[in-house]
Design a binder for this molecule. Structure first.
Ligand SMILES: Cc1cc2nc3c(=O)[nH]c(=O)nc-3n(C[C@H](O)[C@H](O)[C@H](O)COP(=O)(O)OP(=O)(O)OC[C@H]3O[C@@H](n4cnc5c(N)ncnc54)[C@H](O)[C@@H]3O)c2cc1C
Length: 407
């Protein structure tokens, strides 16, 4: 039994948990960060592509960057569309190094980090929460006491909901990714750009991708939404197959080696109906559906929920007044509409459109959008430009119709 009473125990050292530990330890709180894996290399599952803004927003060092990208390419079943830039537009992070950095920074601020420790259960009393945690090195169970516990376990929401407790209805998805080492000339074809695949030839109910990492290393993967049923094995097999098809038939590297294969799941509640706080447990990151439902970008939003929640946690630790309602309300006000629109667009693109419809849509974006418009649409979910262009197109169609001409 650890005799220390922590201000906060954070379960899960992903981007959300690591960022919360960093924030709260910096403010002088007694923080413990608990992660079930012994090493961040064991669950290095995220492609971690993003724009440049999060580097500044979270004061992240260059040492965690795998590569920069300037261009975006969308390969449909038939044609390829490119948006080019002469300057850097984003990064592909080294996901392992990102989480290691957040944990190390927290330790530098005075936090404790327990790797290889798995949260099992909680008991909540009037003033404290007692957590049972399995030390996976020694297979012993330790008990830890804390004033507040943060659920940062990602899509599983392990702390907020006990094993048998019912969770809100979730939409499910999954992804497979291979990290491969290729010949220099092959890498040179894919460096400096993010390649996305849409349509039924190179993706299944989702999209696939090739992201560059450091010299000669590529991340190749496929993600799939499961609108109706989930047969995890069948789905993983299919995202795995499509990833291998891209490596063999699209990249066509003659001598590649596989450095790592990994996968992960996505589970979010439509309309962000999650519990954000209950009975001394506050949830952040994918545990409150922070991930964007269209592109599956979740790192920036996981870290944003950590920043927002940290403000409410600090207030609670000062006043002991349980007022977390504003945390949920503010987050939903900021993201709900954008996430709903993202979901609407994802459902059409991934599940309903034919190859021809996808091709036409991307062709339209290619004619009307420059790279910054694309980044706004793909990463910042700013739909106003898109909305204006669609209205313009409808007006044009109407004019043709009134004149009795064919559009
Ligand atoms: C294949 C794939 C590709 C992706 N690509 C991108 C991308 O390009 N860009 C992007 O922004 N996002 C991407 N994402 C999404 C992004 O990785 C997640 O949204 C983000 O990692 C969520 O952060 P989190 O901290 O909330 O949860 P997680 O990163 O899932 O972290 C949760 C942590 O909790 C730990 N944990 C779970 N249960 C316990 C327990 N019982 N005890 C102790 N620890 C526990 C887990 O081991 C894990 O380390 C991708 C996701 C997948 C699956």
């Amino acid at each position: 039994m650890n005799q220390t009473i922590y201000d906060v125990v954070i379960v899960g050292a992903g981007p959300a948990g690591g960022q919360a530990a960093r924030n709260l330890s910096k403010k002088g709180h007694k923080v413990l960060l608990v992660e079930k894996y012994k090493d961040f290399g064991e669950n290095d599952f995220s492609s971690a592509g993003m724009t440049l803004e999060p580097l500044k927003e979270f004061d992240l060092p260059n040492t965690i960057i795998g590569s920069y990208w300037n261009d975006i390419e969308i390969q449909c079943s038939e044609k390829k569309y490119s948006w080019k830039s002469s300057t850097k537009k984003g990064v592909v992070l080294d996901f392992k190094k990102l989480r290691q950095f957040l944990a190390d920074d927290s330790i530098n601020n005075g936090a404790e980090v327990l790797m290889g420790h798995k949260y099992l259960s909680k008991k909540v009393s009037k003033d404290l929460v007692t957590l049972s945690i399995l030390n996976t090195f020694s297979s012993t169970i330790i008990e830890v006491k804390t004033k507040l516990v943060i659920d940062a376990t990602g899509p599983l929401r392990k702390v907020m909901y006990d094993d048998k407790e019912e969770q809100p209805q979730m939409v499910l998805g999954s992804g497979t990714e291979y990290v491969i080492k290729v010949e220099q000339e092959v890498y040179d074809r894919f460096k400096n750009k993010l390649v996305f695949f849409l349509g039924h030839k190179w993706a299944i109910k989702g999209y696939s991708w090739i992201f560059p990492m450091e010299n000669r290393i590529l991340k190749v993967g496929a993600g799939k939404t499961h609108i109706k049923s989930v047969d995890q094995e069948e789905t993983n097999a299919t995202t795995k197959k499509i990833t291998e098809k891209i490596i063999e038939e699209y990249i066509q590297s003659k001598e590649f080696s596989i450095i790592d294969k990994h996968g992960g799941i996505l589970r979010y509640s439509q309309g962000i109906k999650d519990l954000f706080y209950k009975n001394k447990v506050i949830a952040i990151g994918d545990s409150v559906s922070a991930i964007n439902p269209r592109g599956g970008e979740g790192i920036r939003y996981a870290m944003q929920t950590a920043d927002l929640a940290s403000l409410y946690i600090q207030k609670y630790l000062k006043t002991e007044i349980e007022d977390f309602y504003g945390y949920r309300k503010k987050w939903r006000r900021k993201k709900l509409l954008k996430w709903r629109l993202s979901e609407f667009s994802a459902r059409r693109m991934y599940s309903r459109y034919t190859d021809k419809q996808i091709e036409n849509r991307i062709k339209f974006f290619h004619q009307k959008f420059d790279i910054d418009d694309m980044i706004d649409s793909l990463f910042n979910f700013k739909y106003n430009q898109l909305f204006i262009r669609v209205v313009q197109l409808m007006l044009l169609k109407l004019t043709y119709f009134i004149k009795g001409q064919k559009f």
